[in-house]
Ligand binder design. Structure first.
Ligand code: PGA
Length: 245
């Protein structure tokens, strides 16, 4: 059985104590919880305590943007899943394209991070997506299929416990969104692979320049279960409009 829609804000490396406080107050004031819609924000590590203090007891969930594949030890600068879980996080992103591109994260590392998240009691929000060169070259099916298969192979039956996000790299922060039909095509492809793994209940979010003006059409697609929102999640009015779209 499919779940309701989920909209997750990815603040990326943005924010500050003051800006976060106003954003969180505005989200709490403007969000009307419903059974069909869930809302979450993924904040930078230093602000997880602030987000927890603001959102505890509310219907908004929160998460982090990355984690170490290791549980503890000599990994300077890294953050373990258990540490993130201590701050009340429900979600953690794994394999965001900015991590894959700027930090050389491989499919195997992303799968290891997703596993580490589950071991810490977190729900990994695993991102997949092709660049424009890959779309024009090998094709999105090859790239997204390879990224998905790496996660499915590593997680096996636990694949049912993740959230997936399809984020075409050419649409992230570019203002160039995939059309609803383009998103649906890839989501249907992922849905088919999920069904083969008996994990059809997994939510598959779309990300890449989601705005209030295009969210409704994207979320209306049968296999789009919500959105992963970057830039627009920093504006409470815009983000709430997306959440309600
Ligand atoms: P964007 O980012 O909404 O700013 O395009 C999406 C993401 O990177 O998750």
């Amino acid at each position: 059985m499919r779940r309701g829609k989920l909209v997750v804000g990815n603040w990326k490396m943005n924010g500050g104590l003051e800006a976060n406080a106003s954003l969180l107050v505005a989200l709490l004031a403007g969000w009307t919880p419903s059974a069909e819609r869930s809302l979450a924000v993924c904040a930078p590590f230093p602000y997880l305590g602030q987000v927890r203090d603001a959102l505890t007891g509310s219907k908004l969930a929160w998460g982090a943007q990355d984690l170490s594949p290791h549980s503890a030890g000599a990994y300077t600068g890294d953050v373990a899943g258990a540490m993130i879980a201590e701050f009340g996080c429900r979600y953690v992103l794994a394999g965001h394209s900015e991590r894959r591109q700027l930090h050389g994260e491989t499919d195997a590392l992303v799968a290891a991070k997703a596993k580490a998240a589950l071991a810490a009691g977190l729900t990994p929000l695993v991102c997949v997506g092709e660049t424009l060169a890959e779309r024009d070259g090998a094709g999105w099916q090859t790239v997204v299929g390879r990224q998905f298969d790496a996660i499915a192979a590593a997680l096996a039956a636990d694949l049912a416990r993740v959230v997936l996000a399809y984020e075409p790299v050419w649409a992230i922060g570019t203002g160039r969104t995939a059309s609803p039909a383009q998103a649906q095509e890839v989501h249907a492809f992922l849905r088919q692979r999920l069904q083969k793994s008996s994990a059809e209940a997994v939510q598959v979010l779309y990300g890449g320049s989601v705005k209030a003006g295009n969210a409704g059409a994207l979320f209306a697609m049968p296999d789009v279960d919500g959105g992963l929102v970057g830039g627009a999640s920093l504006d409470a009015v815009e983000f709430l409009a997306i959440a309600g779209a």
